[in-house]
Design a protein around this ligand. Structure first.
Ligand SMILES: NC(=O)c1ccc[n+]([C@@H]2O[C@H](COP(=O)([O-])OP(=O)(O)OC[C@H]3O[C@@H](n4cnc5c(N)ncnc54)[C@H](O)[C@@H]3O)[C@@H](O)[C@H]2O)c1
Length: 410
């Protein structure tokens, strides 16, 4: 049965009860409480996780009616209309294609998949589906990042000259961090796919399309890690055995990029000790600059090349209801109350539910990214892998053959 908003409302399921899955669950709980009450009733039906313990605990905690250990039970349930897929990247394709074939609206986490082949197949399935398929590039929902995009688009910063971005994490800095799906896959499926997908997506979101990349370089600085003794959830610690397994992909990646207008430098890491979640970037235009640092997500740095030279300098802009998402988007929507990554998931869930419910685009939050955008992001990451393989050569985005990503040795 094709999923649609009905008088019974929208039935929701989240597949994957790990770190990001819980953020989706919390977001679906809250989404209808924001802005105007225009959404149909939201029913929290099922949490899908292969681990019954994880699934049951999350369903209880976030108020879902039940948990399922096989995604097919969710696909087969006609009372479920909307499904978030929040599991390891290499499992996205099977589950997403099955859900689309069953008539569900699907919000899939980033990156779209772990290989370009699978991502392109998923985009084909999305084109053929009668339902909506979107990708969860959550950072576009960060009010500060959306505001900097507005500054660029309105011409406030003038002509964009260059972009500089870093996404530094340290979830893998400890050599005792257990092997999990995050450490398996071809070159580029490590830090680059995990956090570089976010950074590269938001760079294009703010500054426009990237045409080519060069200077690609990967490093795996911790070659072996201990096998976990139990299930690993998120990036956290768990008990480990004495058996070591090989780390297949990148701990660190860097590259530079040529945008349609301007150039940029990118550096991502999962071993940047002391930086739990340091996503920072600056955009430099010929009339001003803007900076963002996720350690202070409720503010933006802004420099405008105007006024007396003696008074110029970066100003600290505290975000509030005059900036994107915030008026009505927080229970207390006053300037300076603070907010962060979890709110991004709520705005994302709200945007997806508004689209599924059939609200017109002009009366909705900006739509979520399409699967075609998800493929483009993976083409960009594949171009970085190809550049790294070729010693830093310049590679045009989209020029990498679909299987190239899998052929690159780890
Ligand atoms: N948007 C963001 O900010 C953000 C943040 C973290 C992760 N992510 C993305 O979310 C996805 C999941 O990441 P995570 O950190 O939550 O992973 P995780 O390892 O914490 O959780 C994954 C969960 O999926 C379950 N699982 C595995 N295979 C399954 C299957 N076939 N069916 C049902 N359940 C299955 C596991 O038991 C586990 O509980 C990835 O695609 C990741 O890139 C996005």
């Amino acid at each position: 049965m094709a999923a649609s908003a009905s008088t019974r409302g929208l039935g929701v399921a989240v597949i994957g009860a790990g770190m990001a899955g819980k953020a989706h669950m919390a977001a679906y709980r809250t989404a209808a409480t924001l802005y105007e009450p225009v959404l149909p009733p939201i029913r929290l039906v099922s949490v899908g996780d292969v681990s019954p313990a994880f699934g049951e605990a999350a369903a209880t905690r976030y108020g879902f009616e039940r948990n399922d250990t096989d995604w097919r039970a969710i696909a087969d349930d006609p009372s479920i209309n909307v499904v978030s897929v929040v599991i390891a990247n290499r499992f996205h394709r099977e589950v997403v294609e099955g859900l689309l074939a069953a008539g569900k609206h699907v919000l899939c986490e980033k990156p779209l998949s772990d290989t370009l082949d699978d991502a392109r197949a998923m985009a084909t399935a999305a084109h053929e589906a009668s339902t909506i398929a979107r990708v969860g590039f959550t950072y576009r929902r960060s009010p500060g990042i959306a505001y900097i995009r507005d500054l660029v688009r309105s011409g406030t910063l003038g002509r964009v000259l260059h972009f500089s971005g870093r996404y530094w994490c340290d979830y893998a800095a400890d050599p005792r961090t257990p092997l999990s799906w995050r450490f398996q896959g071809p070159a580029g499926s490590g830090a680059l796919a995990d956090v570089g997908s976010h950074l590269s997506y938001l760079a294009e979101f703010v500054c426009g399309d990237i045409r080519s990349v060069s200077g690609g370089r990967f490093a795996t600085v911790i070659d072996e890690r201990p096998e976990p003794l139990g299930m690993v959830s998120g990036r956290g610690a768990t008990a480990v055995s004495d058996t070591l397994g090989r780390v297949e992909n990148d701990d660190y990646a860097t590259f530079s990029a040529a945008f349609d207008e301007g150039v940029g430098a990118f550096e991502v890491s999962r071993v940047a000790t002391g930086h739990a979640n340091t996503l920072t970037f600056e955009v430099f235009g010929d009339a001003g600059s803007a900076s963002f640092d996720f350690r202070r997500p409720a503010e933006v740095g802004l420099y405008l090349a105007e006024g007396p030279a003696a008074q110029r300098g970066f100003r600290q802009v505290i975000l509030g209801p005059d900036h994107p998402y915030l008026a009505g988007g927080l229970a207390m929507d006053a300037q300076g109350v603070g907010f962060g990554q979890n709110e991004g998931f709520v705005f994302q869930a709200r945007a997806f539910l508004e689209e599924v419910a059939g609200l017109p685009e002009e009366a909705s939050l900006p739509r979520c990214a399409t699967f075609d955008e998800g493929v483009h992001n993976m083409e960009l990451l594949a171009a970085v892998a190809s550049s790294a393989e070729a010693g830093g050569a310049t590679v045009t985005v989209g020029d990498v053959a679909a299987t190239k990503n899998e052929e690159v040795p780890a």
